[in-house]
Write a protein that binds this ligand. Structure first.
Ligand code: SF4
Length: 186
């Protein structure tokens, strides 16, 4: 069965994905679409993604972002995605509201760094300060507080069926619609 009957094979789509402050669980769900990825491969190529070795996001039709914004590199990656992706989708609880990493938000960032790098180590306690390291933000931000977001797919992680339903709706030109049964918070 052709999952994308209205998509002309000669007009291939470009899909980019990225993980910011997340655990890759949302990407694992995307891989869980299993053999349906072959249907996707008939009509789309992957741009920057953990599935490719492309370092920067090029012009893409769809950008899927997992994870919240925890540091300066996340901001850079997210802004590059927004500038290059026609449709930007927040995937999962971390991208939508900060998720689990945002549990650090009530704690002062200085106290947090001291606790982790100074008070919980026996040898050479010091807070890393190499200029190569991305600067940690004062808290974890949902991606919509940094850039405009077109859609959000809830879940932790969203199920493979939810991701597939969303993508087939979107690519098929329908308003993406998920049923209650699609929602999953593991
Ligand atoms: S939403 Fe859940 S599965 Fe996705 S990155 Fe966050 S913690 Fe991981």
């Amino acid at each position: 069965m052709n999952a994308f009957p209205s998509q002309r094979p000669e007009k291939r789509l470009r899909i980019a994905t990225a993980t910011l402050g997340g655990c890759f669980g949302c990407h694992m769900s995307l891989l869980d679409i299993d053999e349906r990825i072959l249907e996707l491969a008939k009509i789309a190529d992957f741009d920057r993604s953990p599935f490719t070795d492309i370092k920067h996001c090029g012009p893409s039709d769809i950008g899927l972002i997992e994870g919240g914004v925890t540091n300066s590199e996340n901001v850079h990656v997210l802004r590059e995605f927004r500038a290059n992706c026609r449709t930007l989708i927040a995937v999962g609880a971390c991208a939508i509201n900060g998720g689990l990493p945002a549990q650090r938000n009530p704690i002062d960032i200085g106290d947090l760094l001291r606790e982790v790098y100074c008070e919980r180590v026996d040898e050479n306690p010091q807070i890393p300060s190499d200029p190569e390291l991305p600067l940690l933000l004062d808290k974890v931000y949902p991606i919509h507080e940094i850039v405009r977001v077109d859609y959000a797919i809830p879940g932790c992680p969203p199920s493979a069926d939810a991701l597939w339903k969303f993508l087939t709706d979107l690519i098929g030109g329908r308003t993406p619609r998920l049923d209650y049964a699609h929602f999953r918070f593991d």
